[in-house]
Design a protein around this ligand. Structure first.
Ligand code: GUN
Ligand code: FE
Length: 429
């Protein structure tokens, strides 16, 4: 067994339902006992240390021991085109994204970028993620292989598109169904890997393709389904043209069996009252992508939805402008402020850990520090730069000491990462 010492952050309740100071706790002289990939116990160091004299001690001093970050919506193939200048959604897809995704017909290139992406996530303290791929089945094999090597719990699925993209990036309703099913049978529930059924978004799928993927989901109801919803106003107008019979954007999915409790809808910014009512009824998950929504110019997510809907947090790499969930929490704070709401640091931290875990229906495995949970931990230096260190000097509470790292922290704050109960060391290139 290993005994990690530091300030330990854990959750007892949802800080969007309960007073954040009651919902989350920072044990300032805390300890976490882990063995065989799981957390066995947590509590004050003065209690746990004498009880477990045989454990190997890792003393992180004043550093924060947090649940590993969980990035609930990314496109790993877009890693090399992150921070591409000057376009809004549809032009950004056509100019930067589609040419990049076309490169993934080459399995060696796919594995190279998959390995790069997994290393970047761990360097930023992200232990789990849920990713889109490209239309190429090898892009799915690549990311599952890369994550399996590093023991990361991930979700990935073949991105399906059969219209409104270059010819070399199109599948068909039948090939999307067949390829997705074969990949699902190959990878789903292997180790810490899960398959997620992935129609990209309604503009790039015919109703026939959405229908085929809805049928697949009915055959495998324990799988998640992910897609994009109401990200940008031009996109919503386009969906209206493409689906004249649909009541709204959500209906283009709902009509084909692509709405349910295990559905994840990225962005979900410009929702109608009917859409909100149906999403709530269905118990679906919304994924907030704040750096992306600012960078691509999409809009301001309504964080009050987190009171009633499962809500996760995500970078949306590479529409998002950072790999860091700290930077993403800061963007979520900024966007809530622009809508007149000040999110508590415990709420921001919850979104990046347990909120995303709940959105992914994995909150019994990951996203918290508690007995029985899988041991995915990120250890953070809360004075990682001179700017942060001087801001922390005024702090009178643990949350005040954490907030400068939320707003100004990046990968320099990540001191160590434990994945599946083992300390991660960057693999040789
Ligand atoms: N909508 C459809 N595809 C994408 C994508 O790759 N990124 C973002 N941000 N939105 C999308
Ligand atoms: Fe996305």
């Amino acid at each position: 067994p290993h005994l990690l010492l530091g300030q330990v952050l854990s959750f007892h309740a949802n800080p969007f339902h309960t007073d954040p100071l009651q919902a989350a706790h920072i044990e300032t002289h805390g300890a976490v006992l882990i063995d065989q990939g799981r957390i066995l116990a947590t509590g004050p160091a003065v209690q746990l240390r004498p009880q477990h004299p045989q454990a190997t001690v890792h003393d992180y001093g004043q550093a924060l021991i947090s649940p590993g970050f969980i990035d609930a919506h990314v496109h790993y193939p877009q890693t090399p085109i992150i921070a591409s200048w000057g376009k809004r959604l549809i032009d950004w897809l056509n100019t930067y994204t589609f040419p990049q995704e076309a490169r993934f017909h080459d399995p060696n290139y796919a594995l190279d970028i998959a390995n790069r992406y997994c290393d970047l996530t761990l360097a930023h303290g992200t232990t789990s993620f849920c990713t889109y791929t490209t239309i190429h089945p090898t892009s799915v094999d690549a990311i599952f292989t890369a994550a399996q090597t590093r023991r990361q719990r991930i979700w990935a699925g073949k991105t399906c598109m059969d219209r409104n993209a270059p010819d070399n990036l199109l599948d068909t309703p039948k090939s999307a169904y067949d390829d997705s099913k074969a990949l699902l049978q190959k990878w789903h529930a292997q180790d810490r890997l899960s398959y997620v059924i992935t129609p990209r978004f309604s503009p790039t799928s015919t109703p026939e393709q959405l229908h085929a993927l809805g049928s697949l989901w009915r055959e495998y109801p324990d799988c998640l389904m992910q897609t994009h919803l109401s990200e940008q106003l031009d996109e919503i107008a386009w969906v209206k043209d493409l689906f004249p019979q649909s009541r709204d954007y959500l209906d283009t999915y709902e009509a084909q069996g692509l709405l349910g409790e295990r559905a994840l809808y990225g962005h979900s910014i410009h929702l109608t009252p009917r859409e909100i009512a149906r999403l709530t009824e269905a118990g679906a998950s919304l994924i907030h992508c704040p750096t992306s929504n600012a960078f691509i110019g999409s809009g301001l997510f309504d964080m009050t939805l987190a009171k009633t809907l499962r809500t996760g947090l995500a970078t949306d790499t590479g529409g998002g402008s950072s790999f860091s969930m700290l930077r993403t929490m800061a963007a979520a704070y900024d966007i809530a402020q622009l809508r007149g709401q000040s999110l508590h640091p415990a709420q921001l931290w919850w979104l990046a850990t347990q909120g995303s875990a709940r959105a992914l229906h994995a909150d019994h495995q990951i996203g918290n520090i508690a007995p029985g949970m899988e041991a995915d931990l990120t250890i953070l230096d809360l004075a990682s730069t001179p700017a942060i260190a001087q801001a922390v000097e005024r702090a009178e509470t643990p949350w005040q000491a954490l907030f400068p790292t939320v707003m100004m922290g990046d990968d320099r704050a990540i001191r160590a990462v434990w994945v599946g109960g083992e300390e991660h060391r960057q693999t040789a290139p």
